[in-house]
Ligand binder design. Structure first.
Ligand code: ZN
Length: 439
């Protein structure tokens, strides 16, 4: 199926009967209001916890002993107190108390935003995780820029943006941090219930994403071959693509070459011939070794400059992208004419599925005609954007609509009439270092 000309098959659309539309709208409004109230209550809890921690630390300050266990006692005691009242383990509560203290003292603006209901508790967690390593003198400015963005989008996207911006401001270079982090690579097994265990590999991001992508391609091809086989009267393969991915991964690790390979008869090289595809964006200044800014993998994972330069050397071709010097928004690619170049441009601009909150990489998305092709929508970048299969289907099968405004801004309208404005993702990592940061 050509993703550019997807035609609705007339499947079931969501239809409201009688006053259902009004009732649904009321419930949705009430749920939105309850979330704001919840955020406020969580901010209040954080502030109470921070004050409890302050009092406990003040008691610690009175203790003459230098034993860390003894000095920890005031916190342990009050954590047990709160834990008993809330039916929580006291270690969990103690962690909450010290986290609350840290938030109130180092991320005061974030706690304020939570109190105003403009962000959720999950936003707070990703902001703290991304900003904790920044020195005090840059964290405040970083936090205010991140909060402006967080108020308009999901925790997932906030995490990517906050991480990129922290990357840019962190005085410790990416190369140094990667070298340290890469030293921790390992394989571990965690036992789970029901005879299962989790095999985990801590790897450089390029290897991990490449491996996962290759497994997905192998599993998809296996499933397709099995389906063809079943259609011709063969035995059906009941496994899902996810299950096949796990089976192939285990098979590869245990035998070095895949032994379950239904594709070898027709496809030379079979599964072993499948290569991973990853999407990497590298600033020219990193390629020329003039900055240590690193690069972005699949639109959200920062990778170190040395790996980026090595991959750049091996890549068969590159697309040059011009970015706005302050916002990092893509302005143009250097080979922009219709067809293949349009796809390049859209990939560079969108990076991932454009549905609010979704981060499925563009390479795994469909290109959607915002104004449907069969209703006269043009094949023009001003009417095209990436949507993952799930969200493309949602748009086709329900009353969700998308309108594209200037500069690639999308306006999503829900079946209840709520509109969501969705600007293309910012690329702060690729703003030249000679320019001032975006605040
Ligand atoms: Zn999506």
């Amino acid at each position: 199926m050509c993703p550019l000309s997807r035609v609705s098959d007339g499947g079931a659309r969501v239809v409201f009967v009688g006053d259902e539309h009004g009732r649904m709208r009321q419930e949705v409004d009430a749920a939105v209001a309850a979330r704001v109230a919840l955020a406020r209550a969580q901010a209040e809890l954080i502030r109470h916890h921070a004050r409890v921690a302050e009092l406990a630390y003040a008691q610690t300050a009175q203790i003459v002993s230098r034993s860390s266990r003894e000095r920890d006692m005031p916190m342990r005691s009050v954590a047990a107190e709160l834990g008993a009242a809330a039916h929580q383990h006291d270690m969990t509560v103690q962690k909450e108390l010290s986290d609350a203290y840290d938030l109130v003292h180092r991320f005061a603006a974030t706690v304020n935003a939570l109190a105003h209901g403009t962000i959720s508790m999950r936003h707070v967690s990703v902001i703290r995780d991304a900003g904790h390593r920044l020195p005090d003198e840059v964290r405040g400015a970083w936090e205010s820029v991140v909060l402006d963005y967080a108020a308009t989008t999901t925790p997932g996207r906030t995490k990517a943006y906050a991480g990129q911006l922290a990357e840019k401001l962190d005085p410790t270079g990416m190369t140094e941090r990667f070298d340290t982090a890469n030293g921790d690579r390992e394989v571990s097994v965690e036992d789970l219930a029901d005879g299962m265990a989790l095999l985990q590999m801590l790897l450089p991001a390029t290897l991990a994403h490449g491996a996962k992508d290759r497994l997905r391609r192998m599993a998809t091809q296996t499933k397709n071959a099995a389906n063809d086989h079943a259609r011709n009267g063969g035995v059906e393969d009941a496994r899902t693509v996810r299950q096949i991915e796990a089976d192939i991964a285990a098979d590869l690790l245990l035998t070095a070459t895949p032994t379950i390979d239904p594709t070898t008869d027709r496809s030379p090289g079979g599964l072993g011939a499948i290569r991973a595809v990853v999407q990497i964006v590298v600033p020219v200044t990193t390629l020329t070794d003039t900055t240590d800014a690193g690069a972005m993998l699949n639109g959200h994972t920062p990778i170190d400059p040395a790996t980026a330069r090595k991959l750049a050397g091996d890549a068969p071709g590159w697309d040059r992208i011009m970015c706005h010097p302050v916002t990092g928004t893509v302005l143009a690619t250097d080979r922009y004419t219709p067809t293949t170049e349009q796809v390049r441009f859209l990939r560079a601009r969108d990076q991932h599925c454009r549905m609010p909150g979704c981060r499925q990489p563009a390479v795994r998305c469909h290109i959607d005609h915002n104004h449907e092709h069969q209703h006269g929508g043009r094949t023009h970048i001003g009417n095209l954007s990436h949507l993952c299969i799930r969200h493309h289907t949602l748009k086709t099968e329900t009353e969700w609509t998308v309108t594209q405004r200037a500069d690639g801004i999308l306006e999503f309208t829900s079946p209840l009439g709520r509109t969501h404005r969705e600007p293309p993702p910012p690329r702060v990592m690729f703003v030249p270092d000679t320019d001032p940061p975006p605040f």
